[in-house]
Design a protein around this ligand. Structure first.
Ligand SMILES: Nc1nc2c(ncn2[C@@H]2O[C@H](COP(=O)(O)OP(=O)(O)OP(=O)(O)O)[C@@H](O)[C@H]2O)c(=O)[nH]1
Ligand SMILES: [Mg+2]
Length: 163
């Protein structure tokens, strides 16, 4: 899989998505530091929310092949400036989480990610696994074999999910 760095404000769902992508049992842990898993770089929300940590984030971005900007569908505003994606010398994708929340406004989140410059936008519920397979397919490299291609299930994430 191509290595991805996940960036988004606190509570946007970076760690939960990391767990869904890693097929781990989903648990809540506040992120205090940057976790380098083999193919996913999970960052603390404070990296986006404070100026001082922005430089550290820029450094980590260069260790990934893809940058994922996360917004939860319940967020009332976006912290991503318009046309920010050319700052990263990498493909930048948008990921909308919490799509099944009763307060979700998916269209608004999608507009913010488009405004930021994301080339492709994914919609997921990391708790149920809905839509997560599309991120796997995007990150897949030639030699990778995805769990559903082998007939396995990955933590409830099914290939035949329409979102
Ligand atoms: N229903 C639902 N809940 C989610 C989803 N993503 C995250 N959550 C919940 O939102 C809360 C925050 O998720 P985290 O993954 O810890 O958020 P984070 O972006 O890692 O937050 P920081 O580590 O503080 O930056 C947790 O209670 C998750 O269970 C989702 O796609 N669907
Ligand atoms: Mg976290």
């Amino acid at each position: 899989m191509k290595k991805i760095i996940l960036i988004g404000r606190s509570e946007s769902g970076k760690t939960t998505l990391t767990q869904a992508l890693k097929g781990e049992k989903i648990q809540y842990h506040k992120t205090q530091y940057t976790n380098h898993y083999d193919v996913i770089i999970d960052t603390p929300g404070e990296y986006l929310q404070t100026k001082n940590l922005g430089a550290a984030l820029a450094m980590y971005t260069y260790e990934a092949r893809v940058v994922g900007l996360l917004i939860s569908a319940t967020e009332p505003y976006s912290l991503f400036p318009p046309c920010i994606t050319p700052m990263a010398n990498r493909p930048v994708i948008g990921i909308i989480t919490k799509i099944n929340d009763e307060g979700a406004n998916i269209a608004q989140a999608e507009n913010w990610l488009k405004l930021a410059g994301c080339e492709e936008i994914f919609k997921v519920d990391s708790v149920t696994g809905e839509g997560v397979f599309k991120i796997f397919e995007y990150l897949k490299e030639e030699d990778d074999s995805l769990p559903w291609e082998k007939g396995d299930d990955l933590n409830g994430i099914e290939r035949n999910d329409e979102n």
